[in-house]
Design a protein around this ligand. Structure first.
Ligand code: ACO
Length: 336
């Protein structure tokens, strides 16, 4: 971090999920699978999927309203909007711009989207941290919203079982008491293995040049390779994140990981030697909601009484890119 960096306060967090619940049993109407197969390999029992007019924008707006409400800030106070989404309704306008309008946030502030898949919230937080640290902006709205159900091949039983739709949002501000809620933050990428999860855009090339071959427009994932990569990299990465912050695993109250696969979460848990009480999971109910999954697990953990505020937590995620990241945060009273 830069010298004389302005510390960051996490002021409010919210989430939003669609109404419609789709169980593993429901998926057996689409292809040959079973609740037992899905649950034992992933930890997922059901997920929420958008219907009607719901999409990444509507979910993101709803989550952002809740985060704003908790933060005590008004739309007028927001100086920058960053949205992490890999499944937006449109490539442009950016969802950030549409959320700005939907929430009556002043129409002369910057708003932009980033793509870091399931690591999106941590990437967005890292960008916001830099702006706040430098004094450039004071109040920033972060939204992580994904609607992967519209991008899945619903005949691909090894991929479509995994995902759910959802959004999370966070309002961060310049800390007014000198305490930095980000104890440590780190983001990474390795593009050399990017093809293990990919989503190609459809669209013919210019008719004046030779047409390229169209590729499938759905999420393509080599689940085994993703699993292998993450199970190898993430536990050690989280361990190093803690050591680099001059902390010990026992100094931190909760592990709130990206909810991609229960077995991966358990590998990190084992490495840190954490009891189940310290590990927040809700993959059983929501599946993998991509960038939304960390704030969704955090706020729901608080609502259910599993996470007590006034504590510290490690947030960590990984996703397409491959990207990954982690941060150790202070969770103040009243943020959700
Ligand atoms: N129901 C029943 N059988 C199935 C299903 C299903 N839903 N899906 C696959 N199978 C079958 C396969 O056809 C295969 O059968 P075969 O041996 O006769 O060929 C067998 O089960 C094994 O298939 P695999 O794909 O090898 O299954 P695997 O044990 O690897 O489990 C899974 C698949 C659950 C996807 C696992 O690889 C995984 O969780 N990987 C990690 C994925 C992940 O975390 N993705 C996050 C993405 S994050 C982001 O940024 C988007």
């Amino acid at each position: 971090m830069i010298n004389n960096a302005i510390p960051l306060r996490i002021a409010g967090i919210g989430y939003s999920v669609p109404e419609t619940v789709v169980t593993n049993e429901d998926l057996t109407k689409l292809y040959d699978t079973s609740d037992e197969w899905i649950y034992t390999r992933t930890g997922i029992k059901e997920r929420r999927l958008v219907s009607g007019n719901e999409d990444a924008l509507s979910l993101g707006v709803d989550a952002a309203k809740k985060a704003l409400d908790k933060s005590g800030l008004k739309p007028d106070d927001i100086e920058l909007i960053i949205v992490a989404s890999s499944a937006p309704p449109q490539l442009y306008p950016a969802i950030g711009c549409r959320i700005q309008t939907a929430l009556n946030i002043p129409n002369n502030i910057p708003a932009f989207d980033i793509t870091a898949a399931c690591s999106g919230l941590i990437y967005a937080l890292s960008i916001a941290r830099g702006y706040i640290a430098s004094g450039m902006y004071k109040n920033i709205l972060l939204v992580a919203t994904d609607n992967n159900s519209r991008l899945l091949d619903w005949s691909d039983r090894s991929c479509s079982i995994l995902f759910g739709d959802g959004a999370g949002a966070m309002v961060v501000t310049a800390s007014d008491d000198g305490v930095d809620d980000i104890i440590s933050l780190d983001i990474r990428a390795d593009g050399s293995i990017g093809d293990i999860i990919q989503l190609n855009l459809q669209g013919k090339n210019c008719p004046l040049v030779e047409q390229r071959e169209e590729s499938n427009q759905y999420i393509q994932m080599n689940g085994k390779e993703v699993y292998r990569f993450v199970a190898r990299v993430l536990p050690e990465y989280v361990e190093n994140l803690i050591a680099n912050a001059n902390m010990k695993a026992e100094d931190i109250d909760y592990l709130i990981p990206h909810q991609a696969n229960l077995r991966i979460i358990q590998a990190v848990q084992e490495r840190l030697g954490y009891a189940n009480e310290k590990v927040v999971t809700n993959i059983e109910k929501y599946g993998n909601t991509s960038a939304a999954s960390i704030p969704l697990a955090l706020v729901e953990g608080v609502e259910k009484g599993k996470v007590k505020l006034g504590a510290t937590a490690i947030l960590t995620g990984f996703g397409a890119g491959m990207t990954w990241g982690g941060c150790i945060v202070r969770l103040r009273e009243g943020i959700c």
